[in-house]
Design a protein around this ligand. Structure first.
Ligand SMILES: [Zn+2]
Length: 175
């Protein structure tokens, strides 16, 4: 598995995250890219794995238990990680966003409240504290944009807006 590759489409997502175990493995690789390290005693090495509680890893030296989801929005949740991962993907990729009702329907979540809580936590986690605020310094915000091909062969001026091609589907905008 390549942990930092973002799925390009639904099939890609399903290929990378086919199961609950794949989601767990992904989180574990993100948290301990060079192998499990005990947060209590600092020991490095393969932990004990507890079959009925697959989110828990137990240090072989001091027996300290660590949850793979500790420190994430998924900590102590009873909702399957696969649902969280799908919801995260939908929230991050749907334009112009997705409602709790849509999340509930698309992922087959029984209770609306569960979908609402899940979406609320994801949205809160997606806000960067040091985000660039739109205002005097950053007056332009753009979403999905289509430009005809011949316009990307060279820099194009539209009044006070300049499109500078950087490669396929990438532009810089200068006001
Ligand atoms: Zn330990």
């Amino acid at each position: 598995m390549e942990p930092l590759n973002f799925p390009k489409n639904f099939l890609d997502f399903h290929r990378i995250f086919p199961s609950e175990a794949a989601c767990l493995q992904y989180l574990e690789q993100l948290r301990w890219p060079v192998g499990f390290t005990c947060e209590k005693c600092g020991a490095v090495g393969e932990p004990y794995r507890i079959a009925p509680r697959p989110r828990l890893l137990k240090c072989r030296f001091c027996l300290h238990e660590t949850s793979v989801t500790a420190g994430t929005v998924m900590h102590r949740t009873r909702t399957p990680l696969l649902i969280w991962f799908w919801a995260s993907y939908l929230v991050a990729t749907q334009t112009p966003g997705i409602s709790a009702l849509e999340i509930q329907k698309k992922l087959g979540i029984q209770r609306y409240e569960t979908a609402f809580q899940l979406l609320h936590k994801l949205r809160a986690a997606m806000v960067r504290p040091a985000r660039d605020l739109i205002g005097a310094e950053w007056p332009l915000e753009m979403d999905t944009t289509f430009l005809v091909h011949r316009l990307i062969s060279s820099a194009v001026d539209f009044g006070n807006l300049t499109f500078q091609p950087l490669g396929f589907s990438r532009f810089s905008f200068r006001l």
